[in-house]
Design a protein around this ligand. Structure first.
Ligand SMILES: Cc1cc2nc3c(=O)[nH]c(=O)nc-3n(C[C@H](O)[C@H](O)[C@H](O)COP(=O)(O)O)c2cc1C
Length: 196
């Protein structure tokens, strides 16, 4: 399986978790990881032909980013706007992404329990991520359950470090069930399952 990781962070050097994820994924066989700010530069200009060629080679596309205002940092939006063009991703003849998988890998500042009705962020992660899900649907991609690390600004380095192998095994898992469209905060689940 060829995996393409597109990392969207305004400043990976100052990142506490997305940098670790990007570095780890960059060193994996079968994974091509691209730092979109490094590729597009401060103007966020992308060569659509180059980006589309990367997509064509991929079986699974992973969009990796910190959650900013309930969405992605702007470089990912710039990339989507410039690369998922009519005739390539949608519209007449736009069939190049059909059958590929799309996965999100996201870090949030807010804790898991804040993402529900009546709590601080009011909406669940699957609800807030529906624009990405619909982008997958429109382009014929299979939308996989996202990997979400909540409370990513915590100083608990053990927990942050544990997210790296958890992310790698998730991203490279060929058996993910697209119908299980739920939040896959593996770390939270593990914490709940193993008291002490
Ligand atoms: C501009 C901005 C907007 C943010 N918006 C959100 C948000 O909507 N929800 C949330 O849970 N965290 C939000 N955060 C916190 C980030 O998600 C958090 O800092 C990030 O996941 C940490 O990853 P990093 O260390 O790799 O940058 C925001 C942070 C910034 C700087």
């Amino acid at each position: 399986m060829n995996i393409l990781v597109l990392t969207a962070h305004p400043d990976l050097a100052s990142s506490s978790i997305n940098r670790k994820w990007f570095d780890a994924l960059s060193n994996m066989a079968g994974v091509t990881a691209r730092d979109l700010m490094a590729v597009g530069g401060p103007e966020m200009n992308f060569d659509s032909a180059v980006e589309q060629a990367h997509l064509q080679k991929a079986d699974r596309v992973v969009l990796q980013f910190p959650f900013y205002w309930y969405s992605s940092p702007p470089v990912l939006k710039a990339w989507l706007d410039q690369v998922l063009l009519v005739g390539f991703a949608y519209g007449p003849g736009g069939n190049q992404l059909i059958g590929k998988e799309l996965m999100l890998a996201i870090s949030t500042g807010g804790p898991a329990e804040s993402y529900q009705v009546g709590a601080f962020n009011n909406f669940s992660m699957p609800e807030l991520l529906t624009p990405f899900q619909q982008t997958a649907l429109l382009t014929g991609m299979t939308y996989l359950p996202p990997f979400v690390l909540h409370s990513a600004m915590s100083r608990d380095q053990t927990r942050l470090n544990a997210s790296v192998p958890a992310l790698i095994s998730y991203v490279t898992d060929p058996q993910l069930d697209p119908s299980a469209n739920r939040i896959s905060d593996l770390l939270v689940r593990r914490t709940h399952q193993s008291p002490g």
